[in-house]
Design a protein. Structure first.
Length: 68
């Protein structure tokens, strides 16, 4: 995947861990498969804009914070 995919994944993981959340917590909040979140965090999958917004909402942040 691209550099941006890896950066996005690292940011999601970092923010999730800072908030004391597991991948399972995010998945339950979003009704998504844990494998999907794992692939996004590892830069192997690009989320849609809709899913990016949902992930940000589950983390209680603005979507643009995931791309910084």
């Amino acid at each position: 995947m691209t550099k941006i995919s890896k950066k996005l994944g690292k940011n999601i993981k970092r923010i999730r861990e800072e908030k004391g959340m597991s991948q399972g917590d995010i998945c339950r909040a979003l009704s998504m498969d844990r494998g999907y979140i794992s692939r996004v965090e590892n830069g192997l999958k690009n989320p849609t804009l809709s899913n990016l917004e949902k992930i940000a909402k589950a983390l209680n942040i603005l979507p643009d914070e995931l791309l910084k």
